[in-house]
Write a new protein. Structure first.
Ligand code: PXL
Length: 282
């Protein structure tokens, strides 16, 4: 059975990070091997939360797995609780990355133009270095702008412009040019205006092609949807699907879950009822 190392936090509430990635990868018939970065009572958008940072424990887990002579088909890194953890992911890659390993780096740093609590300039510098080494990166638009030193607030004033997507593609190509290997950039949560209508979509850019999938925006962003998306992409690529097919699978899984959560007026901090839709990934 294929295996993916999931380097991410475990949050009791928020349906994000490991509580999102483990079920997704498992239902896809891949063994989920979690390397927790932190244990939280709830994801950080809740405002009040307890966080136990595992920075000084992570490499013990890496060393333990090395002693067991383990091998991973995929490595998926997500929420890192502080800048020092970027070095731990680096160490993990040195131990476990081989030619047949797909490394997906989700540069979790912020959303909707705001940064998460762990963010610092040092963190961004480290994340820029880490993402250059990945086969696939899955930033949301906020994170893409951070990685490319683009002003997000200025960027989104062009949401209704004809060439908005072209402009985002250009930023992705700049990142591809700076990457240390052939890379795919998948940007999530791109909101666009077509006249009165608002759409949200995901854009994949590779060296040779790009494609974009969008649908009407419900107006609400839910916790964990980026983590669920990244986990489906990692699982699909490990199973040998194309980037396009992986994106279609992730969209098929998430679209209705998000529409349902919006229509029901669920609290965005608790995430979407993805549990009901896991069978779509079978
Ligand atoms: O979904 C991204 C994420 C993951 N983990 C934690 C978070 C967040 C976003 O806020 O707080 C702990």
């Amino acid at each position: 059975m294929k295996k993916i190392a999931l380097i991410n936090d475990i949050s009791g509430f928020g349906r994000c990070s490991l509580t999102a990635a483990i079920p997704v990868v498992s239902v896809m018939g891949i063994q989920a091997c979690p390397l927790p970065t932190a244990v939280l009572s709830a994801q950080t958008d809740f405002g009040e939360y307890f966080c136990h940072d595992l920075t000084d424990k992570m490499n013990h887990i890496t060393d333990g797995w090395k002693q067991m002579d383990e091998h991973f088909d995929g490595i998926h890194s997500g929420y890192l609780a502080d800048a020092a953890q970027i070095g731990n992911v680096q160490y993990f890659l040195e131990q476990f990355r081989s030619e047949d390993t797909i490394y997906l780096a989700d540069p979790v740093m912020g959303d909707h133009g705001r940064t998460y609590d762990m963010f610092s300039e040092e963190f961004l510098k480290g994340m820029k270095q880490l993402t250059r080494q990945a086969d696939v990166i899955t930033p949301n638009l906020t994170e893409l702008c951070m990685l490319a030193d683009v002003d997000y607030q200025e960027m989104i004033t062009h949401r209704q412009d004809e060439d908005y997507l072209q402009c985002i593609k250009g930023i992705c190509r700049r990142l591809l040019a700076g990457a240390h290997r052939k890379q795919t950039v998948i940007v999530t949560g791109i909101i666009r205006n077509h006249g009165e209508k608002v759409f949200v979509g995901n854009l994949a850019v590779t060296e040779t092609e790009d494609f974009h999938i969008e649908h009407p925006y419900t107006g609400v962003g839910f916790s964990g949807t980026g983590d669920l998306f990244a986990a489906v992409i990692c699982g699909s690529l490990v199973k040998g699907l194309s980037v396009r097919a992986s994106m279609e699978k992730a969209t098929y899984f998430l679209r209705e879950a998000i529409e349902e959560a919006s229509a029901a007026g669920l609290d965005p901090c608790h995430g979407v009822y993805f549990e009901k839709y896991l069978s779509r990934l079978l």
